[in-house]
Design a protein around this ligand. Structure first.
Ligand SMILES: NC(=O)c1ccc[n+]([C@@H]2O[C@H](COP(=O)([O-])OP(=O)(O)OC[C@H]3O[C@@H](n4cnc5c(N)ncnc54)[C@H](O)[C@@H]3O)[C@@H](O)[C@H]2O)c1
Length: 433
């Protein structure tokens, strides 16, 4: 099949590379010229394991093409996947300006029956506006479908090839056939439904994942008050097959380009339809509280009691900037909020992340960055763990002890064993234990 993928970001580029690898002819369109020029030379603009190999291999095989020009791609395609960003506005609502711009350009270039499948996460209720936008420009038949994306950054290729499910939001048999044929080589349960249900599946799934994280965080706060160990409690809770272990981990809160924005957009969307999703408002509130609780621990460990400049003169190492391991994405990452608080309180921050330092430099040009994890902690008053990269778990505790000025670990991801580190003479602050 010949396809156009609109948007060469985390979702679009992975989708384009995987569909090309499965034998389709794929055109990937993006409006950012430098990105497209780089991709033509095999330069992937973000870190995602194996993606560069996929991009290089499929361009060489002449199955994958990059362009800024919709007219080079859309007229040849049977299906167009819209994968542009849907970031939050200030009020939490999804900003659909990129989506409408992409759909308009697609409409102007349609030729013959084309399925326009929306992969971006978009709120329910815009079907009529999208349809009207296309009708204004299109001279041929078209249909809309929703094919929400569930990939996780860091394992995006694997997730695209072996997803738990493929949601096919399309009502006509013709549109369903296009999507089913295209996904035929990919494993996973097929959920065939109408467009609205497909979009709702995506929001509901992310909202439930966020709810699990906030539940774990609320339980952690309670464990600290009760003198229980949240890690043990959640091991016992998650062992129940009806519940499961995944996403039941306390920490500095969920972040990234999806969960925070999708929770807020879902609350907004529910409100629009006359439902007050107060459960999700609490999920969001618990998540925001995790940053303050973490900073509270830093102040307890190092603070001088001063309200506004409570960490003045203190040197801290922040380990981990990406919102999770195996990505360089710092969109809505807890690290950004943590560093903002630390800097406001007067701390001198030295940060280290295996992949995300280039992105962090754009937001925090003034803090220090270390070339490796041991250099980051040398001479610091405390070591703060904000992202659970495996190289942090594997650090030699005796070396950490020698390098830190004061043996203080504030572990925002519970990667260390409290008994072991305390036994070595560290002052240790975890989450919920
Ligand atoms: N990142 C994830 O892990 C993930 C997972 C599932 C779903 N999603 C959803 O998928 C969508 C895309 O997310 P992302 O992380 O890939 O975004 P992204 O910001 O990484 O990529 C979006 C791309 O679209 C391009 N673009 C913007 N307007 C365009 C236009 N008019 N024409 C062509 N290209 C245009 C941008 O230049 C950018 O390269 C969002 O709705 C997101 O919520 C993301």
């Amino acid at each position: 099949m010949t396809l156009t993928i609109v948007g060469a970001g985390y979702v679009g580029l992975v989708t384009a590379a995987v569909f090309a690898d499965l034998g389709n002819r794929v055109f990937c369109v993006d409006i950012v010229r430098e990105k497209v020029e780089g991709l033509k030379k095999g330069k992937v603009p973000f870190f995602e394991p194996s993606l560069t190999e996929y991009v290089v291999r499929n361009q060489a095989a002449k199955r994958l093409f990059f362009t800024t020009n919709y007219s080079e791609a859309v007229p040849k395609s049977q299906a167009v996947f819209i994968c542009v960003g849907t970031p939050p506005k200030n009020n939490g609502e999804a900003d659909l300006s990129y989506l409408f711009a992409a759909v308009e350009e697609t409409a102007k270039n349609l030729s013959g029956y084309t399925l326009i499948a929306i992969k971006s996460t978009i709120p329910i209720g815009f079907e009529d506006d999208l349809e009207a936008t296309v009708k204004k420009y299109a001279k041929t038949k078209f249909e809309f479908g929703a094919c929400p994306e569930f990939l996780r950054e860091g394992t995006a290729i694997e997730d695209t090839l072996h997803p738990d499910r493929i949601v096919i939001g399309a009502t006509s048999k013709k549109a369903q056939k296009v999507l089913l044929e295209l996904h035929a080589p990919i494993s996973g349960e097929r959920i065939i439904c109408d467009v609205r249900s497909a979009q709702l599946i995506k929001y509901a799934a992310n909202a439930l994942l966020a709810t699990k994280v906030s539940f774990a965080n609320a339980l952690a706060a309670l464990c600290e008050k009760m003198g229980a160990d949240v890690k043990k409690v959640l091991a016992g809770v998650g062992a129940d097959r009806r519940i499961g272990h995944s996403f039941l981990y306390p920490g500095v809160g969920y972040g990234g380009s999806c969960l925070p924005k999708d929770v807020l957009a879902f609350i907004h969307l529910a409100n629009h339809f006359g439902y007050d999703f107060d459960l999700l408002r609490s999920v969001d509130a618990v998540n925001n509280g995790q940053i303050e609780a973490f900073i509270g621990k830093v102040r307890t460990a190092l603070g001088n009691g001063h309200l506004k400049r409570g960490l003045a003169g203190k040197k801290v190492a922040v380990l981990g900037l990406a919102f999770k391991p195996n990505t360089d994405d710092i969109r809505d990452a807890p690290s950004v909020k943590v560093i903002n608080h630390l800097v406001d309180l007067g701390a001198e921050v030295t940060a280290y992340d295996p992949q995300a330092m280039a992105n962090a430099r754009k937001i925090f040009p003034k803090i220090k960055y270390a070339p490796n994890v041991y250099k980051a902690i040398e001479g610091q008053d405390a070591m703060l763990v904000v992202t659970e990269w495996s190289e942090f778990r594997e650090m030699d505790l005796s070396v950490i002890k020698k390098l830190l000025k004061r043996p203080i670990i504030i572990d925002g991801r519970n990667i260390f064993d409290p008994e072991k580190v305390k036994g070595l003479g560290f002052k240790y602050y975890g989450i919920g234990r």
